[in-house]
Design a protein around this ligand. Structure first.
Ligand code: ATP
Ligand code: MG
Length: 320
């Protein structure tokens, strides 16, 4: 449904020199390659997480996909349309929701912004009523929509941003850092909402975030960007299998035993009685478990995957 082919974006920004007149007639430009030959496809009703360090090109990707920005080269096709050609038929089905920028009017209640968007997107009275009803119910915020925006907390304002961006029932939504700056409790509400919205409205979603928790909870598929290039595109589960070379083995000891005996088994990550954590090469796990069974009296033993955060860090390091 969303087809991105060899997308490249080069930003040109003027460099200021010392001499104003020299600048004026012989302007120097600095080029930043924000996207470098990026290609991917996204199917209907998919929810894909787009992650990468600062400056990786995430926001640029979403801006091009939502028609705000022209690429330098490459194609984007969203069910037959090209977003930056600004065809209304396509744009009315898209929403671009940013956590950092807001469209609400500070002194007025959010309902006024909803009504403004109703006019822009030519939503009928009945559809508008239904959308406001459904969305406020999903976010449990019926009482907030008629309070002035300036009296709302950050988390409450984000809820209102979501409703404002979704009043026209878009089928494709690009969320750029929707949970940024929110407390853990509010983050959880937003995540929960995005999940429910996707299921309820069969929406297709791309989400960027710096919080791995967002991605882990919401996306089955991950696209990892670094310096404008795709480092990984695939299932979240597979990234663990492909890039994680080690696993953690956590042993709960029955009684205290000589530390030398414990360290003989391999690399210990931490030891504080009764818990000891080892890090072993995946391939050595059976052999190591065997040894532990022979040498260490324990009451519990669990094997855990390396946290996804660590794997991603490793991915970025090896890409440098
Ligand atoms: N309008 C612009 N003019 C010039 N350079 C820009 C412009 N917008 C972005 N860039 C540059 O393009 C690169 C990609 O920026 P982008 O905002 O897409 O990154 P990002 O992955 O969203 O980063 P972040 O995690 O910080 O939001 C960066 O090097 C950035 O400085
Ligand atoms: Mg960004």
């Amino acid at each position: 449904m969303i087809n991105v082919n060899n997308l490249t974006k080069i930003y040109k920004s003027p460099v200021k020199g010392k001499n104003f007149f020299a600048d004026l007639f012989n302007r120097q430009y600095k080029e930043t390659k924000a996207l470098d030959n990026v290609s991917f496809e996204i199917g209907e009703n998919e929810l894909v997480g787009l992650i990468g360090p600062n400056g990786a090109g995430k926001t640029t990707t979403l801006k091009i996909l939502s028609g705000i920005l022209y690429p330098t080269s490459g194609e984007v096709n969203i069910f037959g349309f090209t977003p930056f050609e600004k065809n209304y038929k396509l744009l009315e089905q898209i929403s671009f929701i940013m956590g950092q920028r807001n469209q609400l009017i500070w002194d007025l209640p959010p309902l006024e912004t909803f009504q403004l968007n109703k006019e822009i997107y030519k939503v009928s009275d009945a559809d508008f009523k239904k959308a406001v009803g459904d969305l406020t119910a999903l976010l449990k915020c019926e009482d907030l929509i008629s309070k002035p925006v300036k009296t709302l907390s950050l988390g409450e304002r984000m809820k209102m941003e979501l409703i404002a961006g979704l009043i026209h029932s878009p089928k494709i939504i690009f969320f750029d850092e929707p949970t940024i700056g929110l407390d853990i409790f509010s983050q959880e509400i937003i995540r929960d909402f995005i999940k429910k919205y996707q299921i309820h409205f069969l929406a297709t979603i791309i989400l960027t975030s710096h919080y791995m928790e967002d991605v882990k909870r919401l996306a089955k598929r991950l696209i990892v960007l670094n310096k404008g290039k795709i480092l990984y595109d695939g299932a979240l589960k597979e990234i663990v299998e492909k890039y994680s070379k080690e696993k953690y083995v956590i042993v709960t000891l029955e009684k205290e035993i000589d530390q030398r005996k414990l360290t003989k088994l391999g690399k210990t990550i931490s030891y504080s009685f009764p818990k000891i954590t080892y890090k072993f090469d995946r391939l050595q796990i059976p052999e190591k478990i065997n040894l532990i069974n022979k040498l260490i009296p324990y009451i519990d033993l669990t094997i855990e995957e390396e946290p996804i955060e660590e794997i991603i860090k490793f991915l970025f390091k090896s890409a440098k």
